[in-house]
Design a protein around this ligand. Sequence first.
Ligand code: URP
Ligand code: ZN
Ligand code: ZN
Ligand code: ZN
Length: 482
Amino acid sequence: GAFDLVIRNARCATAADVFEADIGIRDGVIAALGRGLAPGREEIDAAGRWVLPGGIDGHCHLDQPTSDGSRMADDFLTGTRSAACGGTTTVLPFACQIKGQSLRAAVDDYHRRAEGKASIDYAFHLIVTDPTSQVLGEELPALIREGYTSFKIYMTYDDLKLADREIIDVLAVAREHGAMVMVHAENADCIAWLTERLLAQGHTAPRYHAQARPMLVEREATHRAIAYAELVDVPILIVHVSGRETVEQLRWAHGHGLRIYAETCPQYLFLTAEDLGIDDDDRHGAKCICSPPPRDRANQQVVWDGLESGVFQIFSSDHAPFTFAGPQGKFAAGEKASFERIPNGIPGLETRLALLFSHGVETGRITLQQFVALTATNVARMYGLYPRKGSIAVGADADLAIWETGLSRTIRNADLHHGVDYTPYEGIPVTAWPALTLSRGEVVWRDGQYLGTPGRGEFLRCVLPEPARPKSRPENDTSWRS
Ligand code: URP
Ligand code: ZN
Ligand code: ZN
Ligand code: ZN
């Protein structure tokens, strides 16, 4: 039959190819790619513009309950709206287990939070904080089978962190049942000791957050996580890598043939520790408090190099939204709260793609294909959403972003669609932004207007992540069976 929509003259880029084609869309799916396709009931002329797979944000926090009186500024309505306006068509937020809670209860709770609100598609990573024998033996294997095939574990934060033995146990479940484990790698005891000393010296301002979490705490924990992954023989993914010392650990692991994947985020390219404040009177630094903290310009360069050279497979926002003002925001613990009582996290869902496109692709640091891989294709492969998501191919969902380039704009929070009263990227120039975002063939963002409908976003069940697929072994080597 006829197409519902045809996008004409699209300059398409995937993780592998660049080609020009008309894109024929039927029932939300790409039905044909070719020249001179039959007319659609609707037509969009892309007229030589780049048409890319919609972004997949593999790491964001939406409506996640907190334990310190703060409250996340984005739920699934404002979060997915903001994502769509920045060219993202799939988000992977977290269903976080509260210690003492069953994983199943956590998952049910997050489905209720998303229901009727999401305007683009979503899947859930789990956060495992309480790996009881019930969780490890029954709940987690059952949830993996049901389409929750990735989970995050924490090596820091008192209410989230696992003991080392628990980490090993969780990795073993991932190996046995086929799942991807994301690791927040920071050494909790080092942070606690440094924090205590800073506070005892009266160093309470936001900027001391960075001093309480120097890169060695990230480097050490990353090394430990890599060792446990090697021990259990399972791939893992180190999230939000901030700079050189952790990149060195990743390179070391790659040199030893270990399957260690890694993610980085805009804050490690565009912010430095100075954004946490240059003196003790600067409360605005709280706007950039996230963990690991941003480092310095030399480390930004190392992260750029890692994106170019393949150390990183995924570029996510780690959107963790808290307002600057207001009783549930960054100063929920009081106007003069010391740095360790300021909620960690910064917004970035809407700005992620434009920042990397403008400062990565348009400057020639990375290729357009690398951009697509880092922001969509690899994310889909790593978390079991490929090939439905993450590419431009016949049979894939028609999740697309049509890009406008040659702009001279600056990022302004007033132009964004999240629920946060600031962006840490205020004033940064961008030369590209999506002019149109298509989610399963429906326009959700066009020429500066949000057109999404809350509730139209679908929950996605994830299949086995590609790196977790069983490896084929030489016929005569049976040692791996033991
Ligand atoms: O500071 C951060 N990154 N907050 C979000 C939670 C996390 O650890 O990713
Ligand atoms: Zn984290
Ligand atoms: Zn200030
Ligand atoms: Zn996070």
